[in-house]
Ligand binder design. Structure first.
Ligand SMILES: [Cu+2]
Length: 157
């Protein structure tokens, strides 16, 4: 009896671990494709040097995100090796001024295309680690609410 109880415990533990492994393993978001991804060129200081304020420099990204799937995709984060922090932003009116504000997610409806732009909803690269060079390829990973991801390259321009 005790042995049987012990064995079922082991089984449950293994099933639990297996489930956790499946959940943690990220998969490519197969229904998502991205076109025309670009990073807005910014000068980082005199002569294009990163110093003295590379960490303070931020820039925006634009791109067309296409969801060919039958379910809404929710973009929740992005990462890139060139920035200390990446946020999702939109613009709001505050005290008569238009300012950027962080948002938690960007919904891309099923069978639709969502154009992120410098003037609208965008991805913000904060604290650039080095100066940008025109036409440079910037790797970026988009992460969705189900844990799936898409790797893209954006062009500095
Ligand atoms: Cu922004």
């Amino acid at each position: 009896m005790l042995k049987r109880f012990f064995m079922s415990g082991i089984f449950l533990l293994m099933a639990g671990l297996g489930f956790a492994t499946v959940k943690m393993m990220p998969t490519v978001a197969g229904n998502i494709s991205v076109k025309a991804a670009a990073v807005k060129m910014v000068q980082m200081g005199p002569m294009g040097q990163a110093k003295p304020m590379a960490g303070d420099i931020s820039t925006e990204m634009k791109m067309d995100v296409i969801n060919s799937g039958t379910e809404m995709a929710k973009l929740v984060a992005a990462t890139t090796p060139i920035a200390q922090k990446v946020q999702l932003h939109h613009f709001v009116e505050k005290d008569g001024k238009t300012v950027m504000q962080q948002i938690q997610s960007i919904d891309i409806a099923a069978h639709s295309e969502d154009d992120l732009s410098y003037q609208g909803v965008h991805i913000m690269l904060m604290g650039l680690k080095s100066p940008l060079i025109k036409d440079q390829k910037i790797p970026l990973t988009l992460i969705f609410s189900d844990g799936s991801y898409v790797h893209i390259n954006a062009i500095v321009g």
